[in-house]
Design a protein. Sequence first.
Length: 207
Amino acid sequence: MRFATLTLLVAVTISGAPTYDGTMAQTAAESRNTGQVSSIVDRPARSRALFSEIAKVLTGPRCMNCHPSGDEPLQGEGRHVHRPVALRGGSNDGVPGLPCASCHSDHNVTLLTAEAGYRSIPGHPRWGLAPIEMAWEGKSVGEICRQLKDPVRNGGRDLALLHQHIARDDLVGWAWHPGAGRQPAPGTQKQLGDLVGAWIESGAECP
Ligand code: HEC
Ligand code: HEC
């Protein structure tokens, strides 16, 4: 029964979901791959495969643009450096005189004119960059996985708190409601949370 649920879950998460570059992820090969994840009998191998599915969301632009390895946020589907210039600052929410909040309010703002190259300015009450020790840009899926599990680099979270953060945090949730002109992250936050739950249950192994 659990396998059946998981198969559905993994398939639902990935099939038909937009990928980071805005194209549709669904291909015959891919649905075969996701079906295969839940049928892997070897537990560590299944766990590693589950993380690879999770990583498809984490490495997309909606998450990655706020988890860069440098001191500037990234923007857009192509993850270019943020324009106008914006800097991380000591608390990851901008520099004196130019906090993120000077442009990003507590909600997404849709522009009324089409003159800018974008259709909305994203917003959230806690808008800011993930601290540098939580940077994912330029790292392999295995490196991201080991970092996520490491309380020294994940904000002091054990696996249960990590799960809760990904499944429930509303700043993470912004990625599925990113404002006009932006592709939402693949699937839903609940589906990602369920995948993370299954990954932890299978031993939280890293690829
Ligand atoms: C607007 C910027 C922003 C976006 C978008 C964003 N994050 Fe984060 N992220 C942060 C900040 C800020 C923190 C640090 C806050 C904390 O630790 O509670 C963080 C911390 C985290 C953490 C805990 C620390 C770690 O790295 O282990 C996880 C997990 C995480 N984010 C996942 C995601 C996922 C998944 C997405 C996309 C679906 C995402 N984030 C999108 C800003 C963002
Ligand atoms: C001077 C105004 C301004 C400041 C300051 C500013 N931003 Fe932005 N930001 C924008 C505008 C406008 C957009 C929309 C442009 C776009 O998406 O192409 C944007 C888009 C973004 C995006 C893109 C979201 C996505 O997924 O595509 C991120 C991430 C971001 N900003 C983070 C930050 C952070 C973090 C700070 C503070 C360190 C900050 N910004 C400071 C104006 C600003």
